[in-house]
Design a protein around this ligand. Structure first.
Ligand SMILES: *Cc1c(COP(=O)(O)O)cnc(C)c1O
Length: 459
């Protein structure tokens, strides 16, 4: 039946797709390979594809490709389709908005969808202070704008980011991003006045035991670097992911984020939480900052915000957000009406479907299974993350020496067996799971069985 989908131009996604892993060809199959050859001839090789199966439909917890294979989705794009691909509310909202009008430019003749998204973000983000929001198109663009706002508010220039941090691929966000390959290599010079501080990384700080450096101590270590190498009077903003994404799903030790936020407040530094990957129920809270009661001055969101439509936001304290001159922020497409309609449908779905709780339940199921595997397998150095954002860090047994080759081997085998699983980490040795919250338990369990079998087979 799904084989027919491949030839049907109007393949229908959404939760009604059969929720099954089913391989009818090798992965990628012949039709995907044909498309991959066309891609190679038409698209720059600089834009890579992790698993070149060409999609015709997706929803619930599966992605169906042009060859009729149904793969289990453990990536949600990259943490984007949190409410499920082709979510019915999102699809209906997009269709209705597209039929009404597609664009006017909010800066020319505005529309209420933008205002409604801003109101919702002001209400839902941490802290009950007076807030304002600005909308953009991508995470990187929003991070850049958060820095512009912080500089405008403070009259200072320096920005601090962290080891293993990822904030995007534009010039300023490349400078904020830690990892050279593939994000920065050969693309400099980078934006000036960006400094890097040490992150709290419990697995590596504790030489594998996780006990080495507690959160407050790790914060003092970072603050020492900031005070000695930058100086608070020069510092506009500290930009940090509350749980690092591309850097390896690094969850800082408890107390690290609150201590940093306190220091920022005491020194007039704008504390910017980059929740582009962690936001919108992903971690089992609506925003990851909430886990430790941290209230950021500015919070940057994107990815999970609009079910795959391009949208991003900066939300924060009104006095900071209103610091730039009138007309100082904006862009042609920022807060596109279709993306705004999708975002409102996403927020409605998170609430109506209890997706914050669903993320927690997924986290418990996945963590229990992976922790049990870790007990039998010394190559699993660490199982970490929160909610539906869980990773395993693979190492040489008994050490913290990263095993990137094993990680690549496991990922490749998982792809061949119909799992869309992503890797990450500064050392390339982290397997990360970011399933859509619409995935049924039986697919999650099956995916974990497959992963366990692959780990067993690579021993
Ligand atoms: C993906 C990501 C970005 C960049 O978002 P784009 O939409 O790709 O520009 C920034 N910060 C974090 C934490 C991310 O995960």
């Amino acid at each position: 039946m799904t084989a027919d989908l491949a030839t049907t131009p109007t393949a229908v996604g959404g939760p009604d797709l059969p929720q099954e892993r089913r391989l009818v060809t090798e992965v990628p199959g012949p039709r995907s390979r044909e498309l991959a050859a066309r891609k190679e001839a038409a698209v720059t090789r600089a834009v890579g594809t992790m698993l070149p199966v060409y999609t015709v439909a997706a929803g619930g917890g599966v992605i169906v490709d042009v060859d009729g294979n149904s793969l289990i989705d453990l990536g949600s794009g990259i943490a984007v389709t949190t409410v499920g691909n082709s979510n019915p509310r999102v699809a209906a909202a997009v269709a209705a908005q597209a039929a009404a009008f597609t664009h006017t430019c909010f800066m020319i003749t505005p529309y209420d969808g933008y205002v409604e998204v801003a109101e919702a973000l002001n209400r839902l983000t941490p802290g009950d202070h007076e807030k304002r929001t600005a909308l953009f198109n991508s995470g990187a663009e929003a991070v850049e704008n958060a820095v512009k706002i912080a500089r405008s508010h403070t009259g200072r220039q320096a920005v601090v980011a962290f080891d293993h941090g990822y904030h995007g691929r534009t010039n300023l966000t490349m400078a904020l991003t830690a990892k050279n390959m593939p994000y920065k290599h050969g693309f400099g010079p980078f934006a000036p006045e960006v400094y890097r501080a040490p992150m709290s990384y419990p697995f590596r700080d504790g030489a594998g035991g996780g006990q080495g450096v507690d959160g407050p101590t790790a914060a003092r270590r970072a603050i020492e670097v900031i005070e000695k190498q930058v100086g608070a009077p020069n510092l506009a903003a500290v930009v940090i992911e509350p749980i690092q994404g591309e850097g390896g799903f690094v969850v800082p030790a408890p107390g690290f984020l609150p201590a940093l936020a306190d220091w920022c407040r005491a020194h007039g530094v704008v504390f910017v939480a980059d929740e582009v990957q962690t936001g919108f129920a992903r971690t089992g809270d609506l925003f990851a900052c909430e886990h430790e009661g941290v209230v950021p001055d500015l919070i940057v969101t994107a990815k999970g915000i609009a079910g795959g439509l391009p949208l991003a936001a900066v939300t924060g304290r009104a006095e900071i957000m209103d610091a730039p001159h009138a007309g100082g922020l904006g862009g042609t497409y920022g807060g596109n009406p279709i993306a705004c309609a999708a975002a409102l449908a996403v927020l409605e779905t998170i609430e109506a479907d209890g997706l914050v709780e669903r993320a927690r339940a997924i986290g418990e199921l996945v963590t229990a299974r992976l922790t049990a595997l870790q007990e039998q397998d010394a190559r699993i150095g660490d199982v970490r993350g929160r909610g539906a954002m869980i990773a395993v860090e693979l190492v040489r047994p008994g050490t913290i020496e990263p095993d990137a080759a094993l990680t690549a081997q496991v990922a490749a085998a998982a792809h061949a067996q119909g799992l869309v699983v992503l890797t990450c980490g500064t050392f390339g040795n982290v397997l990360r799971l970011l399933p859509p919250l619409s995935i049924p338990d039986h697919l999650l369990t099956e995916a974990l069985d497959v992963l366990a079998g692959i780990l067993e087979a690579t021993r």
